[in-house]
Design a binder for this molecule. Structure first.
Ligand SMILES: [Zn+2]
Ligand SMILES: [Zn+2]
Length: 331
């Protein structure tokens, strides 16, 4: 079980594994040194190894039975979850410090039964199925009043934090709302308008950082990107929660994601990347100004001291230049 500790200085939550610790040699980067990780070996996410994972939560399987072969997409509890969805949130004080128990949910979505198939290799129809399973899990998790925020994300490659190479994403249900997107409700309070809708209008008019527009989504390199080639995928329809995405938008988004991840893999020479969903909190007093969107952040650099110490990201690629390059290839 983890503890969710409050960092008084940085004003941030940190999930700390309170009773188990990785040994110094267990860390992938330490193991690797400067060599590429070895491929192959046993993989619990491969078809036929269903018994090596916890029983599935849901799956897309045209014919077969639960926890057998024959699935196409499979959602399972994370065996090494930092969180457990049991009991209530309990605060514990220790002098000036305070923490909460690790209440929450951590799930894995395995996106293909075959090992070595990457997200950008999946058919648009398969990515649609993956998005529909994200939506189903989001709806289910949001029905638990103890969960306040649902984070869907993908870590692809070691420098993005992936510990298994089999194509998968993860969902974390958290008992608190992260600070990360607090600029959205703040902008609404100050201006009585949605920040992302205003941003889409300005970026579309100027075209400087616009990559492309599809029927339902606009792709931009954001004005102040933390990472080189950081790309945002923003739905044109103002919508707070990812789970309110409609069928047509799912279809369109699947095609956008396939194309964008393929282009990023080609242009940036097979990089590690994170793909994350930003969405409104759930089960809290509603606040206006949220507009869900996705971020794709290639991980071409390792965070350095100034990012850790000052929180200032040093980005060597201007978004105007990365947008121009991606615009040419995406269109
Ligand atoms: Zn595998
Ligand atoms: Zn909006």
């Amino acid at each position: 079980m983890s503890e969710i500790r409050w960092d008084l200085v940085k004003q941030n939550w940190v999930a700390v594994a309170a009773n188990r610790a990785l040994k110094p040699n267990d860390f992938p980067i330490a193991k690797m040194g400067l060599k590429a990780p070895a491929a192959g070996g046993f993989c619990p996410f491969c078809e036929g190894n269903e018994n090596f994972t916890p029983p599935e939560i849901t799956a897309y399987r045209p014919k077969s039975q639960a926890n057998e072969k024959g699935w196409l997409v499979r959602a399972i509890p994370n065996k090494f979850s930092a969180f457990t969805l049991e009991g209530e949130l309990v605060k514990t004080d220790s002098g000036i410090f305070s923490c909460y128990n690790g209440l929450g949910e951590h799930e894995v979505i395995i996106e293909d039964p075959r090992h070595g198939v990457e997200f950008h290799d999946l058919s648009p129809e398969r990515i649609e199925t993956v998005l529909n399973i994200f939506k189903e899990r989001y709806q289910d998790l949001s029905s638990d009043a103890r969960i306040k925020y649902i984070q869907i994300y993908k870590n692809r490659g070691m420098f993005a934090g992936a510990s298994l190479e089999h194509c998968h994403s993860q969902i974390v249900g958290l008992p608190f709302v992260p600070q990360e997107n607090s600029g959205l409700p703040k902008y609404y309070r100050d201006n009585n308008r949605c920040l992302l809708c205003d941003m889409l209008a300005q970026e579309t008019a100027s075209e400087e950082r616009l990559i492309c527009k599809t029927d339902h989504f606009t792709l931009i390199c954001p004005y102040a990107p933390r990472f080189p080639y950081e790309t945002w995928i923003v739905p044109q329809r103002h919508c707070e929660h990812f789970a309110d995405i409609n069928e047509e938008e799912v279809r369109d988004l699947a095609r956008v994601l396939k194309k964008l991840t393929g282009v990023i893999m080609d242009c940036l020479d097979n990089p590690s990347y994170n793909l994350v969903f930003n969405t409104a909190p759930v089960n809290v007093e509603p606040e206006a100004g949220y507009h869900w969107y996705m971020e794709l952040t290639p991980r071409l650099l390792v965070n350095a001291a100034v990012e850790i110490a000052a929180g200032i990201y040093m980005n060597p690629v201007a978004p105007e230049l990365s947008a121009a390059m991606l615009r040419e290839i995406m269109s």
